[in-house]
Design a protein around this ligand. Structure first.
Ligand SMILES: C=CC1=C(C)c2cc3[nH]c(cc4nc(cc5[nH]c(cc1n2)c(C)c5CCC(=O)O)C(CCC(=O)O)=C4C)c(C)c3C=C
Ligand SMILES: [Fe+2]
Length: 413
C-alpha cells in the first residue's frame, strides 16, 4: 500500500495538482535545466507524469489501490489443451518478469521492439487473476477457492459467453497509451503456445493533469463516479478489499489477494440523453455538476438517506442508484470500484457502443458485488439505462517478493 500512496502523491504533484502553476514551474525550471543539460550534452531527466511508477513487488498486486489510469486493457486467456501446472507456472513466471521490468520503466528481456522506448513507467500496473476454469485445467481443483462459485444470473443480464470468464485474466493500466499497449502485446507474445487470447477490452479514464486540481473521475453519462468508494485510510478497508493475511484452508494461497468482478456494462446513452438533467440526477441521487448528494452539501458530505424535502418526499428517491447500492441498505456489503470507460464505435442503429468496464474488488464476492447487484437488479432506477454484456470473476492472488512470481504459492506449494 505505501507504493500506492507514493504514486498518488507523485502523480498529483506532477500531473494534476495545480496544473497551471506546476506547469509554469516546470517550464521555468526546465528551461534552465534543459539549457544546462544541452550545454553538457546529455539528455534532460524525465520529470513528467511518465516517471510515476507503482511497485510490482509487495503484499498485494498493483492495480487495485492505485488510482485507475488513463488507459486500460483487460484480457482473458485460455490455456492450451493439455497445459499442466508446470507450464502454467512457467507462464506466470514469464509474465511476472515482464510486468516487473515494465512497471519499473525497464525494457523487458528480449524486447527489441522499441514501442515503449523514451516513455517512463507511466504508472503502469499489470495485475493477474485466475478464473474458475483454470483449476480444473491444471489439476488444481482441490485448491480452488469457494469464492469462485459462478456468479448468479441477474434478470438484466445479456451476457456474451465468448467475452466472459476465461482461465487467466490480466488487467493493464497506464497513463501512456503506448506503454499500456506494449505491455499487452508483450504478455500476449510471451503466452506462446501455453495460452490463447479469449477476449480483450480497451478502456480509458480522464488523463491526469486534465483538470486544474485533483478530482474524482467522470463516466460516460457525465457523472462523477467513485466518490463513495472505500478509502485506503478507512479502518475496514483491508477487511473489505483483501483476503486476510492469516487466511487458512485449501485456498490459503489467496492470503493478501482479492476477488475481481468484471462486467462490461453498455450504457443506453441515447435513451439516457432524453432525460432532463433533473431526472438524471434523481436516478443517481447526486448532482451532476459537482457530485453532491441530493440530500445536501458537497461531493464528500455523507449521504443522508432519511432526509425528506419540504413536500415530504425523500431527497434521495427510493430507487436512486446510490440508495439501492449503499452499504447502509445492503447490510454493510461494499466493494472497491475501479473502472474504465469504453467506446467500441457505433452500433448498426447509430447508438454508441460505449459504457463502463466495471471492476469491483472485494475480499469475498458474496459480501460485495453479489448482494449489491441482486438488489440493483430488482430496484435500481439506473438499470433501465444499462445492459450487462460480459462478466468474469477472478481470484487475484496476493503480490510476490523479489525472485518470486505471481501465483507461485498456488502453483508450487
Ligand atoms: C454491483 C455494483 C454496482 C454496479 C454494477 C454499478 C454500476 C454503475 N454505477 C454507475 C454510476 C455511479 N455509481 C455510484 C455509486 C455506487 N455504485 C455502486 C455499485 C455499483 N454500481 C456503489 C456501491 C456505489 C456507492 C453507493 C454509496 O455508498 O453511496 C455513483 C455515485 C458516486 C459514487 O459514490 O461513486 C455513480 C455516479 C454507473 C454509470 C454504472 C454502470 C454503468
Ligand atoms: Fe454505481
Amino acid at each position: 500500500m505505501p507504493g500506492g500512496t507514493t504514486v498518488v502523491s507523485r502523480r498529483r504533484l506532477l500531473g494534476t495538482a495545480g496544473a497551471a502553476g506546476a506547469g509554469a514551474l516546470v517550464v521555468g525550471a526546465g528551461a534552465g535545466a534543459a539549457g544546462a543539460a544541452a550545454v553538457r550534452g546529455r539528455p534532460e531527466p524525465l520529470t513528467s507524469l511518465g516517471s510515476a511508477s507503482a511497485p510490482f513487488h509487495g503484499a498485494h498486486q498493483a492495480g487495485i489501490v492505485q488510482p485507475a489510469q488513463a488507459h486500460g486493457h483487460l484480457a482473458a486467456f485460455d490455456l492450451a489443451p493439455g497445459t499442466d501446472r508446470r507450464a502454467a507456472a512457467a507462464l506466470l513466471r514469464r509474465w511476472s518478469a515482464i510486468a516487473a521490468d515494465m512497471m519499473a520503466g525497464r525494457q523487458a528481456q528480449d524486447d527489441t521492439s522499441g514501442v515503449a522506448l523514451d516513455a517512463g513507467p507511466s504508472s503502469l500496473t499489470v495485475t493477474f487473476g485466475f478464473g474458475r476454469s483454470f483449476f480444473d485445467r491444471t489439476g488444481l481443483a482441490d485448491k480452488r477457492p469457494a469464492a469462485l462459485e459462478p456468479l448468479p444470473a441477474f434478470t438484466g443480464d445479456a451476457l456474451d459467453a465468448r467475452r466472459s470468464e476465461g482461465d487467466l485474466w490480466v488487467q493493464i493500466g497506464a497513463d501512456d497509451a503506448l506503454v499500456a499497449f506494449h505491455a499487452l502485446r508483450l504478455l500476449q507474445k510471451k503466452a506462446g503456445d501455453t495460452a490463447r487470447l479469449r477476449w480483450q477490452m480497451n478502456g480509458f479514464n480522464r488523463t491526469p493533469g486534465a483538470t486544474a486540481h485533483p478530482m474524482t473521475g467522470r463516466n460516460l453519462m457525465g457523472q462523477i463516479d467513485g466518490t463513495n468508494n472505500p478509502k485506503p485510510s478507512d479502518a475496514d478497508f483491508a477487511d473489505r478489499v483483501f483476503v486476510p493475511e492469516d487466511h487458512k484452508g485449501a485456498d490459503a494461497w489467496m492470503a493478501g489477494g482479492s476477488y475481481a468482478v468484471v462486467r462490461r456494462i453498455r450504457m443506453l446513452l441515447d435513451t439516457w440523453d432524453h432525460l432532463s438533467l433533473e431526472r438524471q440526477e434523481k436516478v443517481i441521487g447526486r448532482r451532476q455538476s459537482d457530485g453532491a448528494p441530493l440530500s445536501g452539501g458537497t461531493e464528500t458530505t455523507p449521504v443522508d438517506l432519511d432526509k425528506v424535502d419540504r413536500d415530504g418526499a425523500l431527497a434521495i428517491a427510493g430507487d436512486a442508484h446510490i440508495r439501492v447500492a449503499s452499504p447502509a441498505t445492503n447490510r454493510g456489503a461494499a466493494m472497491l470500484r475501479r473502472a474504465f470507460s469504453y467506446h467500441d464505435g457505433f452500433r448498426d442503429d447509430g447508438a454508441p457502443d460505449a459504457g463502463l468496464l466495471f471492476i469491483a474488488w472485494q475480499a469475498d464476492p458474496m459480501k460485495g458485488f453479489v448482494p449489491v447487484q441482486r438488489k440493483l437488479d430488482r430496484g435500481d432506477g439506473l438499470s433501465r439505462f444499462l445492459r450487462h454484456e460480459a462478466s468474469g470473476l477472478y481470484a487475484v492472488p496476493g503480490g510476490c517478493e523479489k525472485g518470486e512470481y505471481v501465483g507461485q504459492r498456488l502453483l508450487e506449494d
